[in-house]
Design a protein around this ligand. Structure first.
Ligand code: RNT
Ligand code: ZN
Length: 421
């Protein structure tokens, strides 16, 4: 088996060498790229706050009822460990505030402290993982009227401002203890189902709340803030306060990072194209890699044209050190561990595909106006054996190659998930 993979890799490597591409070099680069794996795929964005913690009120929705959803933190950790064992390389875990360890008692969102996340920090440390963090401004009675940081009620705003401030503090603590930079992502569901008259009012309230939240400075070697806009959500079809333009402008002004979620734009827009347009003006970009289908922005990521283009633009950006890659989708209709593995591997495969392209040759064609040659070369590369390079990468990193991981997940499903009733 391994022999076969090695032989196929040798052949593939020679093929790429003919075009001036060094596959060893490519594999080293690929290994350096960490993905921030989203914890919320494991339990349909439920979290562990207690009793009525089902996903609601945020304009996002997980559909499906596949058996075996993680019901406790230890089940979620087990599932994550399984998923991580099937994804080559070293990665990160992206946590939401609702995933704290509250020990069975209800802790209000404006009362959370780093202590509730110490278990996650320890768990990450033991496994050599790093953490990212998110404030959670949905699935909560105080988010039910559709507005949080931009609410016209001062009481509601104050509550959420306090929550986000605490989440920043928790992020800084995670970064400090893990000796790393924890990215804190701010996404809020604020918006309205129908056409509002006071867009201006809500947007200026959002700005005011954010100014207040970001006033406290943390060392950028431990935490960085990133802001995520959106086009629409369920119940916020006509108006989203935190739109892309709002946060792009805000992030540039304040020096924060900007989160681009690939499911948060019009279907014909290319997020790949946006990278080189915004990165010169930003301290960094956090990509939430997802797959939009019609009204839904959160399908499991696959290596489609959008993802390939995104990967190509990341690789060609010359700013990879300022682009943080995370996954963001949730599918409750298939095995949840497989959903993680498929999305992560598809992202890595797309990056590999992009890294294997003969950029120098392509650039030369382009600069000389040899456009059919450029097109022909790109087309040719679609049929080159990058799958053999991928298999070798998996082998090198001690994870199953090809579809061998499927049986691992099936076994886990039979032995563990099916027993969760
Ligand atoms: C929602 C945003 C956001 C969430 C997570 C749970 O549309 O994409 O990133 O998916 O914070
Ligand atoms: Zn997102």
């Amino acid at each position: 088996m391994n022999d076969k993979i090695e032989r196929a890799y040798e052949v593939a490597s020679q093929k790429y060498t003919e075009f001036g591409v060094d596959t060893e070099n490519v594999l080293n680069k690929l290994k350096e790229i960490s993905l921030s794996i989203h914890c919320w795929q494991g339990d349909d964005v439920g979290g562990f706050e207690g009793s009525n913690a089902s996903l609601s009120g945020g304009g996002i929705q997980a559909t499906g009822n596949y058996p075996g959803k993680a019901r406790t933190i230890s089940e979620l950790r087990k599932d994550l460990e399984k998923a991580f064992s099937l994804i080559p390389g070293n990665h990160r875990l992206n946590l939401h505030a609702i995933y704290g360890e509250f020990g069975g008692k209800f802790v209000e969102r404006d009362e959370i402290t780093p202590t509730f996340y110490q278990g996650w920090i320890n768990w990450a440390k033991e496994r050599g993982l790093f953490l990212d963090f998110n404030c959670s401004l949905f699935s909560h009675p105080k988010a039910e009227d559709g507005f949080t940081l931009s609410s016209k009620s001062k009481e509601i705003r104050d509550f959420w401002v306090e929550h986000v401030k605490r989440c920043r503090e928790i992020s800084a603590e995670m970064g400090k203890q893990l000796n790393d930079v924890c990215i804190h992502n701010i996404w809020i569901p604020d918006g309205s189902k129908d056409i509002p008259v006071d867009r201006t009012g809500h947007r200026s309230l959002l700005k005011e709340s954010l100014d207040d939240i970001l006033e406290r400075r943390y060392s950028s070697s431990h935490m960085k803030d990133s802001l995520e806009g959106k086009l629409f959500g369920i119940g916020s079809e006509a108006f989203v306060v935190g739109s892309h333009e709002f946060y792009l402008s805000y992030a540039i002004t304040k020096g924060t990072m900007l989160t681009l979620d690939t499911g948060h734009f019009h279907p014909t827009e290319s997020v790949g194209d946006k990278i080189s347009a915004v990165i010169p003006f930003l301290s960094g970009i956090f990509l939430h890699i997802s797959r939009g289908i019609r009204w839904d922005s959160d399908h499991v990521v696959i290596a489609d044209d959008n993802l390939i283009q995104l990967a190509e633009e990341i690789v060609r950006s010359k700013a990879m050190d300022r682009i943080h890659l995370g996954l963001d989708y949730f599918d409750a209709s298939i095995n949840r561990i497989a959903a993680w593995v498929i999305g992560a591997r598809a992202t890595q495969k797309s990056l590999l595909y992009a890294l294997l392209q003969p950029l120098d040759m392509l650039l030369e064609y382009e600069e000389k106006g040899k456009y059919f040659q450029r097109m022909a070369l790109l087309e040719e590369f679609k049929a080159l054996p990058y799958g053999s390079v991928w298999d070798y990468f998996c082998l090198q990193n001690n994870v199953p190659s090809g579809i061998n991981w499927i049986k691992d997940v099936e076994l886990y499903e039979n032995e563990i998930l099916k027993k969760r009733l």
